[in-house]
Design a protein around this ligand. Structure first.
Ligand code: PLP
Length: 393
């Protein structure tokens, strides 16, 4: 059986977890602080704040830029549901805009008309690790004076051409970027997330918010020769990462350059092996983007049955997944909890579909995510290519 994804975990991670456990300091402590420094250095960000997941990272990032009840946040429906959920945790309304079919990313030309006087932030997504068009989106946010947050959950190691230089996602191109360390992503800590920013005051606020809104860090109090009484100036959360997770994450970041090389090689093999297959459309990597290929999603032509193709591959021992979901099609997103228009006006589209999110819905219903992970052999990948060719050719 060829799985769709598989984390790369070795003895180094096992030893690192054991080291943290043996140290006696197992919750947020020195390993978390070291992981923050090393991850910040890897992406080229001045500050990083480790948290319990990308979902909690997004929640805190939105709070840090001031998103609250009555606000609107422009984002995509075509994403893992956590993206839109984080907006709703703040009491704000997600305003969904459609995507570009080739990159599966937000269509920057649709953003301006989705903005209103209530828009507090834009939440863009680097879907499946493919950088979205920050060079087009950043000026819109700056011009309108609204915050820009990147859902970089999938994008550790992805790069974008910025002022003529290749820079990693998480280097502060926008205001804040949020990463995930779920096992489906390239850096896996079980669960975990990271928030990077250039603004020291946001970073300090994020560090407080993740730790019950507490005025001092446990490590500071522990190391102090003076008695310290903590205070709780803001309402916070327990969104901490543990030192066991951080110790594993530090080893994962060391592996990341090698993992990126292999994934890019595998992606090129798919692009070559599936070129000219009539029923298959390939993902598009713009000239200014270098994906980390967290997922490799093809689109099958109209008239080909998505479920039947996936079943045929499964029968041949190949596991796949449907294209990325659309939040607005889920039962947890009834009318009134989201909109596709500015000023909070209700979507007047037919139930079960939205006329303004056509490409998003097509990407869900036509997309198939193929196996791609570090340990995938060329021979197994050739089996996937052959099976898809015969199912769609
Ligand atoms: C995985 C993912 C998330 C959620 O990450 P968790 O760490 O599991 O909370 C959010 N957004 C996107 C785009 C994702 O792919």
């Amino acid at each position: 059986m060829i799985p769709v994804a598989k984390p790369l975990i070795g003895d180094e991670e096992v030893d690192a977890a054991a080291r943290a456990i043996r140290s006696g300091w197992i919750t947020q402590g020195p390993e978390v602080a070291a992981f923050e420094r090393e991850f910040a250095a890897f992406v080229g960000a001045p500050h990083a704040c480790a948290v319990s997941s990308a979902t909690t990272a997004l929640h805190l990032a939105l709070l840090a830029v001031g998103v609250g009840p009555g606000d609107e946040v422009v984002t995509v429906s075509h994403s893992f549901i956590a993206t839109a959920n984080a907006v709703r945790y703040c009491g704000a309304l997600p305003v969904f805009v459609d995507i570009e079919p080739g990159t599966f990313n937000i269509d920057p030309t649709l953003i301006e008309r989705a903005l209103s006087a209530r828009t507090r932030a834009i939440l863009c997504v680097h879907q499946m690790g493919m950088p979205c068009d920050l060079a087009a989106i950043v000026p819109i946010a700056r011009r309108r004076g609204i915050a820009l947050i990147e859902d970089a959950a999938c994008a550790a190691g992805s790069e974008i051409l910025w002022d003529g230089r290749w820079e990693r996602i998480g280097r502060p191109h926008s205001d804040i970027a949020c990463f995930s360390f779920h096992p489906r992503k390239l850096v896996a800590t079980g669960d975990g997330g990271m928030i990077t920013t250039a603004r020291a005051e946001w970073d300090a606020h994020l560090h407080r918010l993740r730790h019950h809104g507490m005025s001092v860090a446990d490590t500071t109090r522990h190391a102090s020769s003076q008695v310290i009484f903590e205070s709780y100036p803001v309402l916070g959360f327990n969104y901490r990462m543990t030192d066991i997770q951080a110790a594993v994450g530090r080893e994962q970041v060391k592996r990341l350059p090698m993992v990126l090389d292999r994934r890019r090689e595998l992606a090129q093999r798919y692009l070559k092996g599936l070129a000219n297959v009539r029923g298959v459309r390939l993902p598009v990597e713009p000239v200014w983007a270098r994906s980390n290929w967290q997922s490799f999603c093809v689109r099958i032509a109209d008239g080909i049955d998505q479920r039947a193709v996936m079943q045929r591959l499964l029968d041949e021992g190949i596991s796949t997944r449907r294209g990325v979901m659309c939040a607005h099609l889920e039962a947890s997103y009834p009318a009134g909890t989201w909109t596709c228009r500015p000023q909070g006006r209700k979507c007047d589209c037919a139930p079960g579909g939205c006329q303004r999110l056509v490409e998003s819905e097509r990407a869900q219903d036509r997309g198939i995510i193929l196996p791609l992970f570090h340990q995938l052999t060329n021979a197994d990948q050739d089996r996937v290519i052959a099976a898809l060719r015969s199912a769609c050719g």
